[in-house]
Design a protein around this ligand. Structure first.
Ligand code: 5GP
Ligand code: ZN
Length: 113
């Protein structure tokens, strides 16, 4: 399967990894939109939010546990951070392997653009 993030999981493409366990990988975004911009992904290929099955429920919890741990580790947990998962093109999804964007280190706008 030709998936960029699966290649990062397999270490076929390099990334600045900040967290890894058996189910989850997190790495720095190539084009950061904030001082902290990390992508938190399941190692399992799931194309979009719409493809999350009930069997994946605990895996999705693991994504949030990892994001929380990274936010604490980066020292942004108290001040605040944003977790975003874009679904499909109009929302801005460009890589079709689900990922939480962990954004922090600056004031965030609301509503998002
Ligand atoms: P999306 O637009 O799908 O919500 O987010 C995809 C994200 O992946 C973008 O923020 C983009 O900068 C990032 N990205 C795209 N290609 C690469 C890559 O090869 N390496 C890393 N680390 N990030 C990437
Ligand atoms: Zn994938």
């Amino acid at each position: 399967m030709d998936c960029l993030f699966c290649k990062i999981v397999k270490k076929d493409i390099p990334a600045k990894i900040v967290f890894e366990n058996d189910k989850v990988l997190a790495f720095e975004d190539l084009t950061p939109q904030a001082p902290v911009h990390i992508l938190v992904i399941p190692k399992k290929h799931i194309a979009t939010s719409l493809d999350i099955s009930r069997e994946d429920n605990s895996l999705i919890g693991e994504l949030y546990q990892a994001a929380n741990a990274i936010a604490k580790e980066k020292g942004v947990a108290e001040k605040g951070f944003r977790l975003v998962m874009n679904c499909n093109r109009e929302a801005g999804q460009t890589v079709f392997h689900i990922h939480l964007h962990l954004l922090a280190g600056r004031a965030m706008n609301w509503p998002p653009g």
